[in-house]
Design a protein around this ligand. Structure first.
Ligand code: MGD
Ligand code: MGD
Ligand code: MO
Length: 757
């Protein structure tokens, strides 16, 4: 590392392990700034307990939801952010016009606190004004009835409960559309499309118990120290047991290198830590397919295959093996940025393991060959029979805490005919058969003027999407937008002709309906479904639950519905009964969620039953070794957009990214020193970034270059600031997932003067 670097405000080298005392301190700060400290300990202790609420932070499971409280800094931030004592009241809105609010940062907007009252935008005063719930429902119903159903987009963010999501999809389908853009379209859609083709189901196959029996973990393209913090406990345990953990990631992520477990008294007392990755390969962004092909290539040479499994359980092996054998090492090395010797080494370790788990995240899916990437991971596992045996399997790290459950209960723009049939039979209507819009298609429909209304069950649709310059103005042309939300964000400020802001209860809060206190259910990354019951006093007496809001709108809109919506939400057991009648896997739903820990959804591949078209697990063919669009021009680098340690998607908790050594700012571009030298750049230089794709005019100005331990050829910047650089049509054609992790960019020097903070 170069020791003669200039001093750049807010940029410091971080030398310690992840976790440890730093994590405890950060939690204390989160509590102090957001919550009444008196309530905080009790609230945090209820997270992921049998009678408590499910952590809204991530979808990593807990040991049967029975364990003692698992400390988790980012879980604590998610909880305190929701349970904050700050409020956004009608008085607040009266004092701030929407134009004033637009000038605030995303960090400030959410930082004002919880929404307390249903609001309607008033164009005359340019403010949101309070409205009565029933008036809002009646007017929304009137508008929706007047539109053609396919002119309405029903967005979902994956925090919604199974109960809310099920009612929401029923409502949209009774209205007559399958337009279900959702956060999953920007996230694990490549998994939802790729895995069914490979193994017959779009979900991971491992359970927490499998981690107890595994002999090798290969971790590709995810950052658990920040995004799946409870997974660190598992990785820590494995590392101490001597299980090799091989990491593929262009950035050196601190938590994957060294972690001090705050639950481990000895490590805390002695300021020691555990090495996590046994080997760390800094693959180029988008170079994973090449790396996976390299590993497979050597495995074939070693003949370290499970021939019996391949013969009896799979199809497509011959073509797969021929393609791998024909892929030259030179191409593999060039595209992955890794050496043949390194990849052969991984193949050898893989060959020696009799039970392997491969975990992966956005580093795999958010590419223009995301679906093909996912399938290559499945291929590598199939080669050694690593699906459907203890200690082995595929483990996609899901995003939002219930994004998987949302999909299970019907949030999809491409529903199966069997599901629609059943839904129609149970609820007495004919659901629309035509496929609807995903997230990018919904945005495009708004840009083209075809979509007239947008309903958002949570989330921050416009900001999470690529290409803000196109998406933002499009939202403002809508006739009607409705946002069910806990906190204010920028999407809400993109007001259409008529816009409603409907405040809802969060996970942590007590949900009382006519029959009494309610629980909701969620499904975690490992297909465990369990109940979650909030206990805190709601942020305001005017809040309604998400199921109640959806039912309220549906009741007001669908005047001929055979469903008694208000009866359904009076007792969520009734919603669950309907889910049980509609969907396989929910037998005895209400009884089974009353057992602590809940139950697991059926996962046929774990028993080597493959619900694919052929009844076999299917090998895939990855065309070549590269991404689709290499970009144009000189000095093109590949931009990765990622999350800091202090954010939850578009929610910015604070401006630090402790483990990457960034404090009090987010306007940075991480860059390898070799690339900097080649382009004549210095640490601290200010640059402009432009997208290097045909016809693209995207740019992001005045970003500070930070010398970083990142693979050469790869640069990284924060999401959502860098979303302006991602073209809306730059995506994985198979799944529609935007290529947030591989945007070809060029960098030009703007100023050598260091930007003060
Ligand atoms: N605290 C917190 N928790 C969260 C979230 C949050 O924002 N904050 N978000 C939630 C959601 S919705 C999701 S989807 C997950 C996201 O969890 P992650 O999948 O961990 O998401 P990212 O931050 O986007 O990080 C991706 C990682 O992939 C690496 N990477 C980037 N490109 C490539 C590549 O081409 N190849 C490889 N091998 N690696 C690459 C990056 O360096 C980074 O370490 O986390 C969930 N949990
Ligand atoms: N460049 C780039 N873009 C990305 C990504 C990336 O890696 N890079 N990642 C993508 C991914 S993986 C995802 S999942 C999407 C995320 O997209 P979204 O899910 O749309 O975004 P969030 O930021 O999670 O939404 C935050 C908002 O949700 C609301 N909210 C919070 N809790 C609740 C609740 O309990 N109920 C309701 N109704 N509302 C609530 C609050 O108003 C808050 O402002 O972004 C995608 N965009
Ligand atoms: Mo996500």
């Amino acid at each position: 590392m170069n020791n003669n670097r200039r001093n750049v405000p807010g940029i410091r080298h971080y030398a310690g392990p992840a976790g440890g005392w730093g994590a405890l301190k950060a939690t204390a700060i989160a509590v102090r700034t957001q919550m009444d400290t008196f309530d905080a300990p009790a609230t945090l202790l209820r997270t992921n307990q049998p009678d408590g609420f499910d952590c809204p932070g991530c979808a990593w499971p807990d040991k049967e939801h029975k364990s003692t409280f698992q400390f988790c800094e980012n879980g604590a931030k998610a909880v305190t952010w929701e349970a904050t004592t700050k409020r956004v009241t009608p008085d607040f809105f009266a004092a701030h016009t929407v134009s004033d609010l637009w000038a605030k940062t995303d960090f400030e907007l959410e930082g004002y606190g919880r929404l307390t009252h249903p609001m309607k935008y008033d164009p005359q005063s340019d403010t949101f004004r309070p409205v009565e719930w029933d008036d809002a429902f009646a007017r929304i119903g009137e508008v929706l009835r007047d539109l053609s159903p396919d002119q309405v987009e029903f967005y979902t963010s994956g925090r919604a409960s199974n109960e809310a999501a099920f009612l929401y999809q029923l409502f949209a389908r009774e209205l007559g559309t399958n337009n279900f853009p959702d956060c999953s379209n920007m996230c694990h859609q490549a998994t939802s499309v790729g895995l069914p083709r490979s193994i017959g189901i779009g979900k991971g196959t491992v359970s927490l118990e499998d981690f107890d029996h595994t002999e090798l973990v290969i971790s590709i393209g995810h950052n658990p120290g920040t995004n799946h913090p409870r997974m660190m406990g598992t990785l820590h345990e494995l590392a101490r047991r001597g299980v090799p953990i091989i990491v593929f990631n262009p950035l050196r992520e601190t938590a994957l290198e060294r972690f001090a477990d705050p639950q481990n008294v000895k490590e805390m007392a002695t300021y020691s830590a555990t090495d996590i990755a046994s080997t760390y390969y800094q693959v180029k962004a988008g170079g994973d397919a090449a790396a996976l092909k390299g590993i497979a290539k050597h495995l074939l040479v070693l003949d370290a295959l499970d021939h019996d499994f391949i013969t009896t359980q799979t199809q497509g092996f011959t073509a797969f093996a021929a393609d791998i054998a024909a892929t030259p090492w030179e191409a593999i090395e060039r595209e992955s940025g890794l050496s043949r010797a390194d990849l052969e080494n991984v193949a050898q370790i893989y060959a020696a393991s009799s039970a392997t788990i491969i975990t992966y995240g956005m580093g795999i899916t958010q590419h223009n060959k995301g679906t093909a990437n996912v399938r290559l991971i499945a291929d590598l596992l199939l080669l050694r029979g690593n699906i459907g045996k203890p200690g082995a399997g595929i483990c996609p790290l899901r995003g939002h805490s219930n994004v998987q459950g949302n999909r299970t209960v019907g949030i999809t723009e491409k529903p199966s005919a069997a599901f629609l049939d059943r839904l129609g039979t149970v609820f007495g209507f004919t659901p629309p058969a035509a496929h609807g819009h995903d997230a990018v298609q919904a945005a495009q429909a708004m840009i083209d003027g075809q979509a007239k209304a947008l309903l958002c069950l949570g989330g921050n649709f416009a900001v999470a999407m690529p290409d803000h310059d196109k998406a933002f103005p499009a939202l403002k042309t809508l006739d009607h937008s409705v946002h069910v939300a806990t906190k204010l964000n920028r999407t809400h400020l993109l007001v259409g002709k008529e816009t409603y802001l409907l405040p809802c209860l969060g996970r942590t809060e007590l949900d009382m309906q006519r029959s009494g206190q309610q629980s909701i259910t969620v499904e975690d990354s490992m297909s465990m479904v369990h109940a979650s019951s909030g206990k805190l006093k709601p942020a305001s007496p005017f809040l309604r639950s998400e199921p109640a809001i959806v039912a309220g709108i549906a009741h007001a809109t669908l005047t001929n519905s055979k469903t008694d919506w208000l009866e359904l939400v009076a007792d969520y057991d009734r919603i669950r009964d309907r889910i049980e009648q509609t969907l396989p896997g929910f037998e005895n739903f209400n009884a089974r969620i009353r057992v602590p820990g809940g139950f697991r959804m059926p996962l046929p591949p774990t028993e080597r039953v493959w619900p694919t078209a052929t009844g076999k697990a299917m090998f895939s063919l990855f065309d070549g070794v590269t991404e689709n669009s290499p970009g144009e021009g000189e000095n093109v680098l590949r931009l990765v957009t990622l999350r800091s340690h202090d954010q939850y998607n578009t929610t910015i908790y604070a401006l630090d990214d402790r483990y990457r050594g960034v404090f009090g700012r987010r306007d940075v571009l991480f860059m390898n020193e070799e690339d900097m030298q080649q382009q004549g750049l210095e640490h601290g230089d200010r640059v402009d970034i432009t997208t290097a794709l045909p016809d693209s005019q995207q740019r992001l100005d005045d970003i500070t270059v930070v010398a970083y331990n990142i693979a050469p050829g790869t640069v990284a910047a924060y999401y959502p600031e860098a979303n302006v650089l991602v073209p809306l049509n730059y995506l994985d054609k198979e799944s529609g997932t935007p290529s947030y992790k591989s945007v070809p960019v060029q960098i030009t020097l703007r100023s050598k003067e260091i930007r003060p903070l």
